[in-house]
Ligand binder design. Structure first.
Ligand code: HEM
Length: 203
């Protein structure tokens, strides 16, 4: 029988601890009254940024495997995607609950009047079915091909999230541009590797 290696599980533990740090940091800031003059805005900004970072990290897994043949990184793909969804949900809940007090008329007005909210909502609505179908059971139910096709939408969700960011920063485009460049590079690696593989397959 193969012996279980302790290294990946301790790495996973560290990973999960790190993934919860942004929440703990926010709770600590709230407790210590260190979230600035507008704590709701601080929570919105931090959860939004964290969601985008996790989303991009989840998209880094396949390029890492393709470039370096690191199969172990796949262990982190599902949790990374789910953490992205967790932070996106906290982000949306902060907006709807803390900012607008669950007043759906006001929320609908905000979505109609601010393009970036509509764009953010689109990204969230794409992430939702991806999170719901992230289980092994859903994969078996959809079949690997349809599951893969559906989960490729994560690139679109990330692109739309970057657009959401770009629309709300107005003239300070540096950060959305950096996130956009990272996304383009990740997509580029996948496309190039797919082309190379095809060429090899054709001989
Ligand atoms: C219904 C969906 C969403 C709504 C209503 C929404 C709303 C907002 C609002 C109000 C802000 C702050 C604007 C400001 O005060 O300057 C914001 C910022 C942001 N949101 Fe969203 N958002 C949504 C979905 C998403 C999703 C799905 C992501 C990422 C996956 C995301 C990522 C971001 C980022 C990166 C920021 C900027 C953070 C920063 O400047 O540090 N948002 N969003």
């Amino acid at each position: 029988m193969k012996e279980k290696r302790p290294f990946p599980s301790s790495l996973q533990l560290v990973f999960h601890l790190l993934a919860w740090l942004p929440v703990l940091w926010l709770l600590w800031g709230f407790w210590q009254d260190q979230l600035g003059l507008n704590p709701v805005r601080t929570i919105t900004l931090r959860t939004g940024k964290t969601a985008l970072i996790f989303l991009l990290l989840s998209l880094t897994v396949t390029p890492l495997y393709l470039l370096f043949d690191w199969k172990w990184v796949y262990r982190f793909r599902r949790p990374l995607g789910l953490y992205a969804f967790l932070y996106a949900t906290l982000h949306v809940l902060t907006f709807v609950g803390l900012d607008y007090g669950f007043d759906w008329t006001l929320v609908a007005d905000a979505i109609q009047n601010n393009r970036y909210t509509l764009v953010g909502l689109t990204a969230f609505l794409i992430l939702l079915p991806l999170a719901l179908t992230s289980t092994k059971r859903s994969k078996a139910w959809l079949g690997p091909i349809w599951w893969k096709r559906l989960h490729r939408w994560s690139y679109l969700a990330a692109g739309i999230a970057v657009l959401h960011y770009a629309l709300l920063v107005r003239q300070y485009y540096t950060q959305p541009l950096i996130f956009g460049a990272i996304l383009a590079a990740l997509l580029g690696i996948r496309l190039v590797m797919a082309l190379v593989k095809k060429r090899y397959a054709l001989g």
